[in-house]
Design a protein around this ligand. Structure first.
Ligand code: WT7
Length: 645
């Protein structure tokens, strides 16, 4: 693969970069591996600690134990806010909020944000929230979401954010799994053409079956009327008016929980990924600084939703710990038109944009006239995350958006990793379209074969990580066995990522995709089992099998094969009911793109569904079905092929 083009960072970018050459990266990387204690001590000292740690790291992957900055005391909200204000930077812009409506935006300085966060923290306290309590946040992209997160961390409450498009059932299950005491939501939401997303209505439906919830705190976003249950439901603006802005930050142990974030698992039940305090904030801030080459005053925009980990680490915590100007956008890329992203870049003179291949594809499809209408000269650096980026999409991003001046950082990481693990450093690493390139400081990726042997040099296999990094998850909330099972059992002594990868002659990593039953739809993982379960609950459906197929915008689309109960005929109403069931049990983002009814699924004699065959049919490679002789009934293949959608 030596023919792959390499893109070297331009000299004027390099001259200003934190890390200016591959040699400099290599030197620091080697140090971080040879002497992690010294490396991380130096980096952690950039933050504020009430008490310094006694020991940098302790771990045993075989037991699933990981601890960083042991004995240290710190607070994330203090590091993101107070530290900057006390150092005299209170008047600097912290957050630029851009509303769904192009005429609506708002900024907060660090001092203003600190005041809001202290007041919100006092509201939480006034309603009985204490250190260690779980608070669920179910909101759209409004400033109060970031304020609530920071308020939780200020008093040591553990937030659990549920993405605003999840259904009330998904919300209910997540609240119950971690028995949250309070739910923070908004009356209704505004996103793209949707002007009344029923957030409080969904919250009410969920909480009807959540015995642990004592209070629902509701932000007025649209002012639309919602039901307020007396004794339980309170309005944000009423409560904020009752409290003062005096609220010292709680001294948290480095290993105290910071937040829970649910991610799909291969069994169908989402996993509550638990992140802790000290290691997380050290790693989120350090990666944000180096990967995005962040400098004071840069306007930084990560287009993700805070409901996903990208927003946690790279809209709120990492940037704010670095005293960055961070943007938050309420809407979607195509509202009011396909030029919106570029209009925002021009309006706020954005210097760094971090987005996903799925957004790039959606915008690219509409042609170059949209970006050409806007002045993109403020841009200096482009980032991508969520799935492998195809060369053509990378080239468009580079040429049409970056005008060939802006390095592209393709960042590989996961909800579980808390921060970016494999990535270029923009002033140091020559990039190759489609490769996430090299490990960040302190990260030791390995490629394993099926037997767990480490492969050297150029190789292809399974991606695992050999040693802990500060932001890695510490457990699956309430289910440490599942944590062990999912990440540490297949290859004892390693963290197993669930991804396949290839390493090329330059030591660059190329992520080849999931090796488990997970779909990557628009850069977010959805378990096939979750979708199959939701389809299976539709009346008349006997069984479903779900696989991915290449989708122009989403990267992977969802293809569902469905069998009906004997004597039941599938019709348009069945399709509608399936879509409704998926929307109800998971959310609209998990709806199948294609549904094929079939009299039977291809199964082995022991009853295992042969997904390999279903995947080949879904992608149209019907001449590559391979050996079908192990099927209990090989004739099903013919009908599957002939009825293909
Ligand atoms: C999975 C994690 C990390 C935030 C967003 C997704 C895939 C992620 C890349 C990339 C190729 C990527 C992997 C990974 N993935 N980034 N740059 N190149 N694949 O978080 O929902 O936990 O998904 O997304 O398959 O395992 P997530």
């Amino acid at each position: 693969m030596s023919s792959v083009a390499k893109f070297k960072p331009a000299a004027d970018f390099v001259s200003k970069a934190h890390i200016k050459s591959l040699d400099e990266y290599q030197k620091l990387y080697d140090e971080s591996i040879k002497n992690p204690d010294a490396f991380w001590t130096k980096k952690a000292e950039d933050l504020h600690w009430f008490k310094k740690w006694d020991k940098v790291v302790d771990f045993d992957f075989r037991k699933g134990e990981v601890k960083w900055f042991i004995g240290g005391k710190t607070n994330v909200s203090y590091n993101c806010l107070d530290r900057h204000v006390l150092a005299g930077h209170g008047a600097k812009t912290a957050l630029i909020w851009e509303g769904n409506d192009p005429t609506e935006s708002k900024t907060y300085t660090y001092a203003e944000l600190l005041t809001e966060v202290k007041k919100c923290a006092n509201v939480l306290k006034a309603h009985g929230i204490k250190k260690g309590d779980r608070v669920c946040l179910y909101m759209q992209m409004i400033p109060e979401l970031a304020i609530s997160m920071l308020a939780c961390t200020r008093i040591g409450a553990i937030h659990s954010i549920v993405f605003g498009a999840f259904s009330s059932e998904s919300l209910r299950d997540r609240i119950n799994d971690s028995s949250c005491k309070m739910l923070i939501t908004q009356d209704s939401g505004v996103r793209g053409v949707k002007q009344d997303i029923p957030m409080k209505i969904n919250a009410d439906a969920a909480v009807a079956e959540c015995p642990s919830i004592e209070k629902i705190l509701t932000v007025k976003r649209t002012g639309h009327k919602v039901d307020m249950q007396s004794g339980r439901d309170i309005y944000w603006h009423d409560e904020i008016a009752k409290v003062n802005d005096d609220c010292p930050a709680e001294e948290m142990d480095a290993e105290d929980p910071l937040y829970i974030l649910y991610t799909s698992g291969s069994t169908g039940k989402p996993k509550g990924v638990l992140h802790t305090t000290g290691g997380y904030i050290v790693y989120a801030s350090l990666t944000h600084k180096y990967v995005f080459d962040y400098h004071e005053g840069d306007v930084y925009w990560c287009t993700a939703d805070i409901g996903w980990v990208t927003g946690h680490s790279y809209i709120v915590y990492g940037p704010m710990a670095n005293r960055a100007i961070t943007m938050m956008y309420e809407g979607v890329p195509n509202y009011p038109d396909y030029g919106r992203f570029w209009q925002i870049v021009e309006k706020h003179k954005v210097n760094i944009i971090y987005t996903a291949p799925t957004a790039i594809r959606a915008l690219m499809k509409e042609g170059t006239s949209w970006p050409e209408k806007h002045d993109l000269s403020s841009l200096q650096l482009l980032g991508t995350v969520g799935e492998p980026i195809k060369e053509a999409d990378w080239n468009w991003y580079n040429e049409i958006i970056g005008k060939k001046r802006c390095p592209i950082v393709d960042t590989w990481w996961q909800t579980e990793t808390g921060g970016i693990l494999i990535t270029p450093l923009p002033g140091a690493t020559a990039t190759k379209p489609g490769s996430a390139t090299l490990p960040f400081f302190g990260v030791q990726p390995v490629i394993l074969d099926e037997q767990g042997n480490e492969l050297e040099g150029e190789a292809q296999g399974l991606l695992a990580i050999k040693a802990p990094w500060p932001a890695m998850l510490r457990t699956v909330y309430g289910d440490h066995d599942r944590f062990m099972q999912t990440y540490f059992s297949r290859f004892p002594g390693y963290y197993f990522t669930g991804d396949g990868a290839r390493r090329d002659e330059d030591g660059y990593y190329w992520i080849t995709g999931r090796v488990d039953d997970m779909l990557n739809v628009s850069g977010h993982l959805i378990g096939t089992a979750e979708v199959e379960g939701a389809i299976g609950r539709t009346e008349g459906v006997a069984e479903a099998a779900v696989v991915d197929f290449p989708h122009e915008i989403k990267g992977q689309g969802i293809y569902a094969y469905v069998t009906m109960m004997t004597g039941v005929e599938a019709d348009d109403a069945t399709i509608k009911a399936i879509n409704e069931s998926v929307t109800k049990h998971i959310g609209p983002h998990a709806k199948p793109d294609k549904i094929q009814f079939t009299p039977a699924l291809p199964k082995t004699r022991s009853g295992k569904i042969m997904r390999r065959i279903l995947r080949k049919i879904a992608e149209g490679a019907v001449d590559q079905l391979g050996d079908t002789s192990t099927l209990a009934d090989p004739t099903v293949v013919e009908s599957l092929v002939s009825q293909r959608k």
